[in-house]
Write a protein that binds this ligand. Structure first.
Ligand code: SF4
Ligand code: SF4
Length: 331
């Protein structure tokens, strides 16, 4: 379902566990946390990871299928040497390395570390409290090669989706959101604003599997598990895939500015993407091409008639819009 660096996740639901804790469970990714490099040796970390590996399955698990990707979350004081050793070990074993900056307030150290770690090939996540993210920083971390920004949104009830949207609109790394997620609707609120993954800290047994199954079913039915809202309904910039040509005064103009498009370049990029794809067609729709059409959840008999005429299913239409959104926002 999701590729991040060298990790291949069958579900966007990640499980965060204390490293000396439970040794079984289900999720798309397991992250063992709270390794303090000032007190824990690399050998101890490797042993803890090996120890956990056997018991952790992926989200489709029936008790015996393949192991999910594994990662570990570290902290360290001023000395970057042990962090670099951990990065090399992560890269060699294809683990996700996470640096936990949630109790730190040193953006400069964070930026410097990202470039250094990425040069040794590890797939990297940085965990942060959103308040330390200064303007422009998410994009900068993305340019430095950061794979995942792990937003710690615990206790931020209500504002979590807005923070995710702001982070997504910066067009940087993939977003993993750790929020107060109790059910599928909570997860969907974060995914719809641009979260690529949801992380659950020490979930009750069965919760991660249930959520994984629900997200997977939703993806299977809809074609896009984290489909955005329309821009005019408060969606993140991926919602530009559903926008019409910018011919009237509406929120698309602000979104284009944020994404670095002029109205003309936006029209050109959308038309160039559509050329030769099923989205190019659209006789009878408002703008003559499905590339300008709205979300499938917005009732429209004109679009639906066009989809029927061309034999395009609703799911295929949404998958094409997902490809379009990725193409539009690719740096
Ligand atoms: S272009 Fe259409 S979909 Fe986009 S913000 Fe404007 S009215 Fe909404
Ligand atoms: S035809 Fe329907 S789906 Fe397409 S742009 Fe017009 S209102 Fe939206």
């Amino acid at each position: 379902m999701l590729e991040v660096g060298y990790l291949s996740l069958s579900s966007p639901v990640a499980v965060v566990l204390p490293w000396h804790g439970r040794k079984s469970g289900f999720g798309g990714l397991f992250l063992l946390e709270s390794f303090d490099l000032d007190r824990t040796s690399l050998e101890e970390i490797e042993e803890a990871l090996r120890d956990q590996r056997g018991g952790l399955g992926d989200s489709r698990d029936t008790g015996k299928d393949k192991a999910a990707p594994l990662g570990f979350s570290i902290r360290s004081s001023e000395d970057d040497g042990p962090i670099m050793d951990a990065a090399r070990m992560a890269g060699k074993n294809l683990y996700l390395l996470e640096i936990d900056f949630s109790d730190e307030d040193d953006p400069e150290r964070m930026k410097g570390l990202v470039s250094k770690i990425k040069s040794c090939g590890a797939t990297l996540s940085i965990r942060v409290k959103p308040e330390i993210l200064q303007d422009g920083m998410v994009a900068e971390l993305g340019r430095a090669g950061l794979d995942i920004i792990h937003l710690d949104l615990i206790g931020m009830n209500g504002v979590g989706p807005k923070i995710v949207k702001k982070t997504a609109d910066a067009i940087g790394p993939k977003i993993m959101a750790m929020g107060d997620v109790g059910d599928f609707e909570d997860a969907k609120a974060l995914l719809a604003m641009g979260a690529d993954m949801i992380s659950l800290p020490s979930p009750e047994p069965g919760v991660a599997k249930r959520l994984s199954d629900q997200v997977s079913k939703y993806d299977d039915q809809s074609g896009w598990y984290n489909c955005p809202k329309h821009i005019c309904s408060g969606g993140d910039l991926r919602g530009l895939a559903f926008c019409c040509p910018p011919v009237k005064h509406c929120p698309v103009l602000g979104a284009l500015k944020k994404a670095g498009f002029t109205p003309e370049s936006f029209v050109q990029k959308k038309l160039a993407f559509a050329k030769g794809t099923p989205l190019e067609k659209g006789d009878g729709t408002c703008f003559g091409s499905l590339v300008w059409c709205c979300k499938i959840t917005k009732p429209c008999y004109l679009r639906d008639a066009a989809l029927r005429r061309y034999g395009i299913s609703g799911k295929e239409y949404i998958r094409l819009k997902k490809d379009l959104a990725e193409n539009l926002l690719r740096p």
